[in-house]
Design a protein around this ligand. Sequence first.
Ligand SMILES: Nc1ncnc2c1ncn2[C@@H]1O[C@H](COP(=O)(O)OP(=O)(O)OP(=O)(O)O)[C@@H](O)[C@H]1O
Length: 206
Amino acid sequence: MHVALDGVGHRFGRSGDWLFRSLTFAFRPGEVYALTGPSGSGKSTLLSLLAGRNRPVEGAIHLTGIDRVSWVFQNPFGSPRRTALDHVALPILARGESAPAAEEQAHEFLARFELESVAHRPFGDLSGGESQRLMLARGLASRPSLLLIDEPTAQLDRRTAERVDAAIAAVADPSTIVVVATHDARTRDACTGLLDLGALGGSGAG
Ligand SMILES: Nc1ncnc2c1ncn2[C@@H]1O[C@H](COP(=O)(O)OP(=O)(O)OP(=O)(O)O)[C@@H](O)[C@H]1O
């Protein structure tokens, strides 16, 4: 299973500026890649291309063995009265697991993100950092082969962001390719791989 960028270039409109060109890179499972670059360099656009929402203007994106893509948005969202446990158990139920199995696995995901103590708390009562960590747990609970995370610490204060950065390491999974778009140097440092759109001409193989 892998995701490869092969000479990828993108711009909006026929006369728009190129956001990036000749981007060649290989993403592998088990790694957590930081996707960095200045504001406007095309991080969110590249996530959309990886998710298949748009096609690149130049080059190709090869998704080999990718059967499920999950996306964690910048702003946590959920059902205010449903518990943290419900939010993680639902995607597991949707995969066809029984209710007891879904609950057991959901507890494991919550523990992985240090959320066991709030398992039965409604989503609406969680702190910003807890909500964002819950989004990471939920993103992983659907067992995606490709997990795309957009600016997970953008809305958080420094201290809360540090706990989310610590959780980034917990997202690593042998059967998942994880890509995290981020401005934040600490989030970048929590990742195991790097694709920097700010570097001239993109980057090499990962
Ligand atoms: N659908 C679109 N049509 C036209 N231009 C777009 C579209 N989507 C994004 N852009 C432009 O493409 C550029 C890159 O946007 P993108 O959101 O990918 O950058 P980014 O690196 O994620 O930025 P930030 O760090 O500020 O979130 C921006 O100038 C943006 O305005």
